[in-house]
Structures are given as structure tokens and as C-alpha cells.
Ligand binder design. Sequence first.
Ligand SMILES: O=C(O)COP(=O)(O)O
Ligand SMILES: [Mg+2]
Length: 212
Amino acid sequence: MPIDTFLFDLDGTLVDSVADLATAVNLLRGELDLPPLPREAVRSYVGDGATLLVQRALPPGLYSERRLQRFLRLYGDHLLEETAIYPGIRDFLETLHNRRLAVVTNKPLALTLRLLDGLHLRRFFPVVLGGDSCLTKKPDPAPVVEALRQLQRPPESAVMIGDHHTDLRAGRAAGVRTCFCAWGIGESGGVASDFFAATPFDLPRLFPGAAP
Ligand SMILES: O=C(O)COP(=O)(O)O
Ligand SMILES: [Mg+2]
């Protein structure tokens, strides 16, 4: 079946959000009298949602629900300072205007919607699922399955496009094809994918049928 349904990861796939995530992480660490982490360390902690990011960014024993909430507040205050759409992404989304599109991210939904609004990306996505939209998050297939349900499309029609092995695992488990994005924040972790995109400019070539 040809692909007419595109499920996108957010962080590391559509947008580079590492700088603002690092700002929030380091403001939280500063409040705890901890030295800042290099941006590359924060980058390696992103991909499994905010809870694991904060757990990884604090020394053992310092994580608490209250500190997670503080991080989310700080991140919300700095959400769109440096975060930017990767070059080539907006043009690719424009070519998909008659297709079914969703964002399936591990970022909390409220922040995801603010980010998509702030970067004028929301109009592309009739369905947006965050890390707190389902009972489980990627690599569990539940949010991918839910996106297909809301889009009313079967798995054979869809591709999950993401920068992290959680995207590839979730997509495979849901029975959709997968595309690994090498420009992003995450790593494939050796998980196979059906498509490989070195840069966003590869996407129109990989999915040429998407052009109007
Ligand atoms: O919130 C994260 O950890 C990563 O979010 P993503 O699923 O959009 O990459
Ligand atoms: Mg990602």
C-alpha cells in the first residue's frame, strides 16, 4: 500500500530544541547549586520524555516530582528562545498538504502545542499526541496506534519519521514503516528502519509520491 500517512517525531526531527532544553536543565541545576551540564550531555539525555531527562540530568537521589514540575515550568519559560525548525522541514511539510499528518512526541502535550503554535507548524497536523496523551509513551506503540486511529488510517499506509530508536521501536511495534533521521538529537541504537534520511532534504526524494 502506498504511504499517505506521515507520523512525525518532534524534538530532533522537526525542530532542534536542545539549546532551550539545556537552558531549563541548567537553571534547575543552578537552583540546586549544581554546575551546568554541557549541551552535548543534555542532548544525550533527550528522547524518552521529561521525567527521564530530569532524572538523568540530576545526581542520583535528587529527582522528585516537584523538581520535574519545576523543570517543566522553567522549560515552558524558555521554550522558544533558540528552538528552530530544521532547514528543509517546512518545505517538505508543504508537499504533504493533501496527506494525513500527525505529531507523535514524548514531549508533554501542552508544551508540544505551544511549540507548534510558536513556530507556525500547528496547521500541518490535525492530530498531535504528546508523551502524556496515552498511558504509555514511545517506544511503546500505543501513541502510534492512537494517531492512526484518530487519522482513520491502517498501519500499512503510514510511516513513522524520527531521530531516535524509540521512534523506530514504536513504529515497528505498531506495524508502520519507519524512517530514521540522522540529523537529529537521538541515535538509532542499531534498530533497523525502512528508510534512512541523512538530512531533511532527503525526505522529498524518499517520499516522492507525497508531492502534490
Ligand atoms: O521529550 C523527549 O524526550 C523527546 O521528544 P521527541 O519524542 O519529540 O523526540
Ligand atoms: Mg526525537
